[in-house]
Ligand binder design. Structure first.
Ligand SMILES: Cc1cc2nc3c(=O)[nH]c(=O)nc-3n(C[C@H](O)[C@H](O)[C@H](O)COP(=O)(O)OP(=O)(O)OC[C@H]3O[C@@H](n4cnc5c(N)ncnc54)[C@H](O)[C@@H]3O)c2cc1C
Length: 337
């Protein structure tokens, strides 16, 4: 089966959903392809810094989150932790149900020249289920192992040498802690707990990777033990108490990779009407706490740029001019670099 779409976004994570929403806000309908059968919420929660809140405001959803998550005490600024599930669902709920096609894994990409006066091209996208999609614009939001980034020729991300363990901690009767971020550092280690509400914390620990990490990576109980009895044993008791209260179903380990900045500055971040956003473009270490925040920024910039490629005729609402889209994508890449 073959279908045609104006814009295809590969990946239904933070970057993909935010991009589809940013496009919707400017009148462009996109199809989001997500390989999982449902929204992927691995990672429990994340901290969003002021740049992310500005992007969420531009996307028109900030009030839906600030009505659930209140600013932290003292500054009222800085990061606010949100559940990943809530963030993804908030973005997804703004999209028409048919926008996201689950269980749809991109396997290959090619381009063909369009028979027009501008010598522009369309992307031909093949999915694992045999489906083919012709798209005027293709945006890869397919994470750190992005097929689209590889197709563009971007250099592969490299190991950061850091590992991250994160989880939700639940206190059914209320935690009684202040509504503020508490952060602790030790040689090669950084841990923090951030309240989500009166009963839950998001906690994480990043540290220099060790040889035994991979062996225990899939066992939340062992990971928790490794934090309390080894990695963070010298951290204050409050951190250990939060870790002890982990909901083990949400406790995960990751060894983040990052792409060298000069690979983005010198590499092919776009080719014609094809580009990348979020971790597919700029995977970074979790110590910055900016991967998701930057993905939201990418989406807003893409939406604003691609709005310039819309056909002006009101009868052709939502249709884009391929050659203008290529120019808009170049503008996006320039801004994001
Ligand atoms: C330990 C840790 C802590 C972090 N903490 C923070 C934080 O506090 N704040 C913050 O802003 N960021 C944080 N990050 C970074 C943040 O998690 C990522 O930057 C963010 O999730 C990137 O979103 P994304 O949509 O680009 O990629 P992803 O979340 O990886 O989403 C990619 C999506 O694409 C889908 N996909 C992949 N390949 C295909 C394919 N071939 N076809 C179809 N679909 C596909 C995947 O299933 C997935 O749903 C942290 C990361 C780690 C590891």
């Amino acid at each position: 089966m073959e279908i045609s779409e104006e814009v295809v976004v590969v990946g239904g994570g933070i970057a993909g959903l935010a991009t589809a929403l940013a496009l919707k806000r400017v009148g462009i309908e996109a199809l989001v392809l997500e390989r999982s059968p449902e929204l992927r919420t691995t990672g429990a929660a994340l901290t969003l810094f002021p740049n992310a809140w500005l992007a969420l405001k531009a996307l028109g959803v900030v009030h839906k989150l600030t009505s659930i998550y209140s600013p932290l005490k003292k500054t009222g600024k800085g990061p606010i932790a949100v559940h990943r599930r809530v963030l993804l669902e908030t973005l997804a709920r703004e999209l028409a149900p048919e926008t996201i096609r689950f269980s749809s894994k991109l396997t290959s990409i090619r381009t063909v020249a369009m028979d027009d006066e501008f010598s522009s091209s369309v992307a031909i996208i093949s999915l694992h289920d045999g489906m083919t999609i012709r798209a005027k614009v293709l945006i890869g939001c397919d994470g750190v192992h992005s097929v689209v980034a590889r197709w563009l020729g971007l250099k592969a991300p490299v190991n950061s040498g850091r590992s991250g363990i994160r989880s939700l901690a639940v206190y059914p009767d209320g935690h009684g802690f202040n509504h503020e971020v508490c952060q602790f550092v030790d040689q090669g280690k950084r841990g923090a707990y951030v309240p989500l509400n009166d009963k839950e914390f998001y906690w994480f620990l990043t540290y220099t990777s060790t040889l035994q990490d991979e062996k225990i990576a899939a066992d939340p109980k062992l990971l928790q033990k490794n934090v309390t009895e080894n990695l963070a044993k010298d951290f204050p008791p409050s951190f250990l108490d939060v870790v002890q209260h982990s909901d083990l179903a949400t406790l995960t380990w990751a060894e983040p990779k990052f792409r060298y900045p000069w690979d983005l500055i010198c590499g092919h971040v776009c080719k014609g009407n094809i580009t990348v956003a979020g971790d597919a473009m700029h995977p970074m270490t979790p110590d910055l706490g900016q991967g998701g925040c930057s993905a939201l920024e990418d989406a807003v910039v893409l939406g604003r740029q691609l709005a310039k490629s819309l056909l002006p005729n009101p009868n052709e609402r939502g249709q884009i001019v391929a050659v203008e889209a290529a120019r808009a994508i170049q503008g996006y890449v320039k801004e994001r670099r």
